[in-house]
Design a binder for this molecule. Structure first.
Ligand code: FMN
Length: 206
């Protein structure tokens, strides 16, 4: 049972047995509270040698225990997740004073899942996915726009198929931490570790 302590953000007990379900509740609440870009999060990948890199991406839902995002598979992050499948992410919603961290395995989604998501994108975004070799150098913005025009002509009058280098990525968390900001920095932290089909949870000091 959840019991409120000093403020509505403070909890006596962990907010739930399934941290992904709690994460989805908080995400929905952030949207309801008018948080700007509640779906934006930081995604960390690392090189084969373990050097971390981080960037902002957008959340595309949870399914089968995985957090989904979309990207170019040939981008820096896309190449790193092949070289080193360990990733981490963090969401922070100032409107809630809550943070969610996850660590786990990164993997490309099955092609069918990426095809289905790509089909929901507007045509200009679909053309953009073909035009941009994400993370590679290009001489000028004009050169990028020229590439977009080449792509537009190529697919004129036809549906735009998903580029093979673009798709959904899963982060399958093995550890999730739910953080609630508290007065005088006495925050609440609940760390969940996967234990088979369920999660083990322990409270951490702030
Ligand atoms: C608010 C915001 C949302 C973004 N969403 C995505 C996204 O969903 N997928 C993506 O590949 N890049 C997204 N980007 C761009 C990335 O931050 C990054 O520049 C790009 O993916 C290249 O990163 P990389 O070279 O490390 O692979 C977003 C950037 C911002 C600021």
């Amino acid at each position: 049972m959840v019991a409120a302590m000093e403020s509505p953000n403070q909890l006596e007990d962990a907010p739930g047995a399934d941290p992904l379900a709690v994460f989805l509740e908080w995400y929905a609440l952030a949207g309801e509270r008018g948080a700007p870009l509640p779906d934006a999060f930081s995604l960390a990948t690392a090189t084969r040698g373990g050097r971390p890199t981080v960037r902002t991406v957008l959340f595309k839902g949870v399914g089968d225990g995985a957090v989904r995002l979309v990207t170019n598979y040939e981008s820096r992050k896309g190449r790193e997740l092949i070289d080193n499948p360990h990733g981490a992410l963090v969401f922070f919603w100032p409107a809630l004073d809550r943070q969610v961290r996850m660590e786990g395995r990164l993997e490309r989604a099955p092609a069918g899942e990426s095809d289905a998501y790509f089909a929901t994108r507007d045509r200009e975004s679909q053309l953009g996915a073909w035009a941009s070799a994400q993370s590679r150098p290009i001489a000028s913005r004009a050169a990028l726009l020229a590439e977009l025009e080449r792509v537009r002509e190529r697919f004129e009058g036809a549906p735009v198929p998903r580029p093979p280098h673009w798709g959904v990525v899963h982060l399958v968390p093995e550890r999730v931490e739910l953080w609630l900001g508290g007065a005088h920095r006495l925050h609440d932290r609940f760390a969940y570790t996967r234990a088979g089909a369920t999660w083990r949870c322990e409270r951490l000091m702030p």
